[in-house]
Each structure stands twice: as structure tokens, then as C-alpha cells.
Design a protein around this ligand. Structure first.
Ligand SMILES: Cc1cc2nc3c(=O)[nH]c(=O)nc-3n(C[C@H](O)[C@H](O)[C@H](O)COP(=O)(O)OP(=O)(O)OC[C@H]3O[C@@H](n4cnc5c(N)ncnc54)[C@H](O)[C@@H]3O)c2cc1C
Length: 390
């Protein structure tokens, strides 16, 4: 049998694309492995969504990303209800940065975009900011845009589950295996899989996150820079988690511009422990090859970056009480134009990747756009601007 579309990569974007295609009536196969039980001895591919929380918000300095998120967030409730999977914690989010001087374009542009798109928010500074969020010690001159509603964090694993469940309900067939090679012929694209299967589709969408660069998948190189990222997890006891129960997610450009950390409020992880998470590497650490990516994912990140992030968080939250700090690794992939890659390389083969560090919250919209382009449609230029190809 030849499917209408085979989607390679059962991650955030791939699962969403498979759902949209299947619900639009296409015959779809979604091919991708499940999360490995143990990262440290895993030989296969990894994903950037193996975590319990990703920030979600509608305000963004980059208008396209704000709009991807506005569209996706608008469908969260429906996705949760139809799938029975709860993945959204609407605890609110702030985006903060210097209001004047160096680096102020970040928050100024974010606010202009919020106003242009009618995104509800409170602009907080000085005493008002301190009174609303007494546990943060922001320096003077910071403007924080607070989205109290329809922002917070999502559980990316549960989001993928929700999309996959609905894709399967609409007829998509899920194959839990890696694709080792794609071969295009005049009739179809064949996906040769690690478990020996060959699955054919009239079209194939490569949605393998950072691993979309792997040899044998797409015929032309992707303009994708992959960076290894370190995250620090602060373990909290029940009392501290309760004290911080109304803490929002935070994205922050610091006045000295040394770093742009993001912070997740207390989230209970599958191991039963509750963590505040911080990320934001001060220096980019590029991963050149698939072998380097796999090596990186098998680690717990860079301890020096972990120490830097820990220092930063205890500076911003001086009263924070925690039991332990641990670190983890992940990878993000960026394009030179800052947009995701959603384009055909040949008539049958297309790319759907490049979250630019922001692809979790809006994955359902990126998946919808991927499905649209695979079906011969165009990304609407009255909503989204710029290039989505190489
Ligand atoms: C530390 C960190 C923090 C982040 N924080 C945020 C945040 O707060 N908010 C936000 O919106 N975004 C955030 N992101 C970004 C977000 O997680 C990514 O943009 C998102 O995961 C990208 O989705 P994706 O589907 O492209 O890739 P992935 O989620 O990586 O999924 C790719 C899938 O492809 C599969 N795959 C790979 N190779 C193959 C193959 N050969 N055959 C079959 N399957 C294959 C993998 O198994 C995986 O399931 C963060 C990323 C990191 C690393």
C-alpha cells in the first residue's frame, strides 16, 4: 500500500502534522520511535521534547512566533477535550527585559506585537512588579509583560500523546521505529526502517527535529544550526512549591545582555519530585554531526553552564529554598531567517522542522502548516511573513 503521506518523526511537529492530515481525510503513516527508557545507553535518535514542561505564551518579539502560538493555544482546549489528555497548565507567563537602553528593543518589540495582535497583558515595572511577584528580585528599569490567561506551560510529552491519539482515531497508522533511509522514485517515497519495514507514501514529511539533518533523509542540506543546551533543575519541597504556587513562566533578557534565561515554575515530574527549571546558555555550543548530537543527548549537559544558571536563579529568586540542583541536556535548532522550515525539497519530499527554541508551544500550528503545504497549500502571507524554505 502507498499512503498519501508518511510523516517521519513522532515528535511535537510530526504528530501534529499527522493529526491534521488524517483529520482532513489523508491516509497517513506516522513513523518514529518512542522515548528511550534510559538516555545514557541509547544508540538511536533523541527528541527535544523529552521533558515535563515547556513555556507557552502568546507574546513574542518575533511576530510570526507569537502568531503561531496564538493559533495553537486557541486549540489547546479542544485538543485536550477530544483526546482526554491534559497537557496545559495556565499559570501565566511573563516576558521581561530592560525598558530603555541596550537590549530594550526586545521588550519594546514584544509589546508592540502584543498590542498589534490584541494579546491581553499587564505591563508591570518597579513596585507594581515587585508587589505582584514578590519572589522575583528584578533590577530597576525592567518592564515585564504579564499574560495572566492562556499562557503558562505545557507538558510536551502529553501534547505529543494527544496529537498521536487523535491522529490514530482519524485513521493514521503509527509505526514505532526509526527511518534509516528515504528513497524517492517516480511513484512514491519509500521509508526504510530500522525494524526492517519499508513504508511507502506518495509524499513524505521529515519532521525529525535536530535529526532532520541526518544523512539519507532529505536530498538537500538543511540550513539548520543545532545547539546543545543545558538545563538546571532545582528540586523543591512541598512547602516551597506551595509558596510559589502562583509563579508564572518567565522569559527574561537581562540588562547586561549576558544571558536570556527562561524559567519554568514548580512542575511535578514523572519521578514524583517537583522542580523549578532554568535554561539559557550564555554561549552557544554547536553540534555539527549526528554523532555529536547523540553524544550530547547522552550526557547531563555542561556542569559549568549548570552552575552559571544556578547562580543566576538564586540571584533572581534570593529567597528560593531548594533541596538539590541537577542538570540535563537538550538541543535546539535554528535557521538563519529565524522561521521554521516548512517546504518541499522535491515534489514528494518536504521538511518540517526548526523550532528555533520555541517550537513546543505552537507545534499544533506548525503541524497544521506542514499538513497544508504537503497538501499543496501555501502558508498564508497575510498572517505569516518571510521565508519558510532554505
Ligand atoms: C532545553 C529546551 C527548552 C525548550 N523550551 C521551550 C519552551 O519553553 N517553549 C517552547 O515552545 N519550546 C521550547 N523548546 C523547543 C521545543 O522543545 C522544540 O522546538 C520542539 O521540541 C521541536 O519539535 P520537533 O517536532 O521539531 O522536534 P522533536 O520534538 O525533537 O521531535 C522530533 C522527533 O523525530 C524523531 N526522529 C528523529 N530522527 C528520526 C528518524 N530517523 N526516524 C524516525 N523518527 C525520528 C525523534 O524521535 C522525535 O520524536 C525547548 C527546547 C529545549 C532543548
Amino acid at each position: 500500500m502507498i499512503y498519501d503521506v508518511i510523516v517521519i518523526g513522532a515528535g511535537l511537529m510530526g504528530s501534529a502534522a499527522a493529526r491534521h492530515l488524517a483529520e482532513d481525510g489523508a491516509r497517513v503513516a506516522l513513523i518514529g520511535p518512542a522515548e528511550p527508557a534510559l538516555k545514557s545507553d541509547h544508540d538511536g535518535v533523541f527528541a527535544s521534547h523529552y521533558d515535563a514542561a515547556r513555556i507557552t505564551r502568546k507574546i513574542d518579539r518575533r511576530q510570526n512566533w507569537g502568531r503561531f502560538s496564538q493559533a495553537a493555544i486557541g486549540r489547546y482546549a479542544q485538543l485536550e477535550e477530544q483526546s482526554g489528555q491534559s497537557f496545559f497548565a495556565p499559570v501565566g507567563a511573563i516576558i521581561a527585559g530592560p525598558e530603555a537602553g541596550a537590549g530594550s528593543d526586545f521588550i519594546q518589540t514584544a509589546q508592540q506585537n502584543a498590542l498589534a495582535d490584541g494579546v491581553k497583558h499587564d505591563a508591570l515595572r518597579g513596585d507594581a512588579l515587585r508587589a505582584r511577584f514578590p519572589y522575583f528580585d528584578f533590577p530597576g528599569g525592567i518592564l515585564a509583560l504579564y499574560e495572566a490567561e492562556e499562557a503558562g506551560w505545557i507538558d510536551p510529552r502529553a501534547h505529543v500523546e494527544a496529537e498521536m491519539l487523535l491522529a490514530a482515531r482519524a485513521g493514521a497508522v503509527v509505526h514505532r521505529t526509526e527511518v534509516t533511509r528515504l528513497i524517492e522514485s517516480a511513484q512514491a517515497v519509500q521509508a526504510h526502517c530500522a525494524d526492517g519495514q519499508v513504508i511507502a507514501g506518495a509524499k513524505a514529511i521529515v519532521a525529525c527535529g535536530a535529526f532532520s539533518k541526518a544523512e539519507g533523509l532529505l536530498p538537500a542540506p538543511l540550513p539548520l544550526k543545532v545547539y546543545g543546551r543545558t538545563i538546571a533543575f532545582f528540586e523543591l519541597d512541598e512547602a516551597e512549591a506551595a509558596r510559589l504556587r502562583d509563579m508564572p513562566s518567565v522569559v527574561y533578557i537581562t540588562p547586561n545582555l549576558v544571558t536570556d534565561p527562561y524559567i519554568l515554575p514548580p512542575v511535578r515530574y514523572p519521578n514524583g519530585k517537583t522542580y523549578i527549571k532554568i535554561g539559557g546558555d550564555p554561549v552557544d555550543h554547536e553540534l555539527q554531526s549526528v554523532a555529536e548530537m547523540k553524544d550530547w543527548f547522552r550526557t547531563d549537559g555542561d556542569p559549568e553552564v549548570g552552575a552559571f544558571l544556578a547562580d543566576f536563579l538564586t540571584g533572581l529568586m534570593p529567597d528560593l529554598s531548594f533541596k538539590a540542583v541537577t542538570t540535563g541536556s537538550c538541543a535546539t535548532c535554528f535557521t538563519p531567517h529565524g522561521n521554521p522550515l516548512i517546504y518541499h525539497q522535491t515534489d514528494r519530499l518536504m521538511a518540517l522542522t526548526a523550532g528555533n527554541g520555541a517550537g513546543a508551544k505552537c507545534a499544533d500550528e506548525l503541524g497544521r502548516l506542514g499538513a497544508l503545504v504537503a497538501s499543496g497549500g501555501m502558508i498564508p502571507s497575510d498572517i505569516y511573513s518571510g521565508a519558510f524554505d532554505a
